[in-house]
Each structure stands twice: as structure tokens, then as C-alpha cells.
Design a protein around this ligand. Structure first.
Ligand SMILES: [Zn+2]
Length: 187
């Protein structure tokens, strides 16, 4: 039987997958943030997502929320106890709240976010003792690589060499959600 990976190895492998997702976001003109949900027992990755705010024209389409939805839908339960989430950037208040609501047991993040970070920087929502759920927090995993990716994305955008922001396609999103587009006569 192969040795079980250590917690450290699991966290690093998960972050490497989250970084790969963030890189795919940048290629689509999305701010490069990626997230994965993984099983704490063996590190198996159950969901991978990246920021899709532009693609979906959805202010809630952050990598963490999308990864949590995917993992919960796949498991058929909203509670994700026994799972961790790795994300390349410190979660915002919405995502920190979603992690608490999902009962995630471990959060691993890369770069700190001085503007929106609500795990350590501006607030501490993921280990708030008054909430009914708290999680283990591991900060700064592959932080430099994550910060470099964000920096080069915004630098390219300022230079005008970044991929253009995608035009959102609502009908596509509605199709994915199993609802018919409102206007089927278009095109
Ligand atoms: Zn967020």
C-alpha cells in the first residue's frame, strides 16, 4: 500500500491545481484566481474552478463559490465536512462566509488580499468563535507565485496586452443550469 500523503503534501498538491486553474482564468481575461476542493483523508480533488465574473456577468462567480457548488452538487449534499479548499488568493467576505456555510474543515490560501481579504487581513471570518463553524487555516502557500500571476495579469491589462475581457453569454449559462434561454429565436 503506498504511503498516505502528509497534510503538507496534500495542501501543496491542491494549491498547485488551484494555481493551474488561476492561470486558465488569466488566459480567458478573468482576474486569475483558482480554487479546488479536496478530500482531507487522501487529498483527492473533487472540484476545480476559477473566477468567472466576466464570463458569467455574475458578481458571485468567484472561484471558491463555484468550486463549493461543484463539490456539493457532485456529492449531493451541501455539507462538505471532511474537505478542504485551496485558493490562490485570500477569500473575500462572501467566499469566507460560503466556506463557513459549507462546513469546510480546512482552508489553504496563497497570497493575502489587502483590499478584500476576510480570513486574516481585514476580518477573521473563518475562525470567528461566535459562528457555529470554524476551520483550520493555512496561509501563504505558494503565495509568491499567486501574487506574481496577479501582478503580471494587471500589468498586461494596463499595457493593453492582456486577453480581452470576455463578453458574457447569458444563454450559455442558462443552458448549463438547465433552463431554456429566454429568447430562443435569436440568431
Ligand atoms: Zn470571493
Amino acid at each position: 500500500m503506498p504511503d498516505r500523503p502528509t497534510a503538507n503534501e496534500i495542501q501543496n498538491t491542491a494549491m498547485t491545481a488551484a494555481m493551474a486553474a488561476a492561470t486558465r482564468a488569466a488566459a480567458q481575461g478573468e482576474v486569475p484566481v483558482g480554487a479546488v476542493v479536496y478530500r482531507l483523508s487522501d487529498g483527492h480533488i473533487v472540484a476545480t474552478a476559477h473566477n468567472r465574473r466576466e464570463n458569467d456577468a455574475d458578481p458571485t462567480a468567484h472561484a471558491e463559490v463555484l468550486a463549493l457548488r461543484q463539490a456539493a452538487a457532485q456529492r449531493g449534499v451541501w455539507r462538505l465536512e471532511g474537505h478542504g479548499l485551496a485558493v490562490t488568493l485570500e477569500p473575500c467576505p462572501m467566499c469566507a462566509g460560503a466556506l463557513v456555510n459549507a462546513r469546510i474543515d480546512e482552508l489553504v490560501y496563497g497570497a493575502a488580499d489587502p483590499k478584500m481579504g476576510c480570513v486574516d487581513t481585514l476580518h477573521r471570518l473563518c475562525d470567528e468563535p461566535r459562528f457555529n463553524h470554524r476551520m483550520r487555516i493555512v496561509a501563504g502557500v505558494q503565495a509568491q507565485a499567486s501574487a506574481d500571476l496577479l501582478r503580471s495579469f494587471f500589468a498586461a491589462r494596463r499595457r493593453g496586452t492582456a486577453p480581452p475581457k470576455p463578453r458574457h453569454d447569458t444563454s450559455q449559462r442558462l443552458r448549463e443550469e438547465g433552463k431554456p434561454p429566454t429568447d430562443t429565436t435569436a440568431q
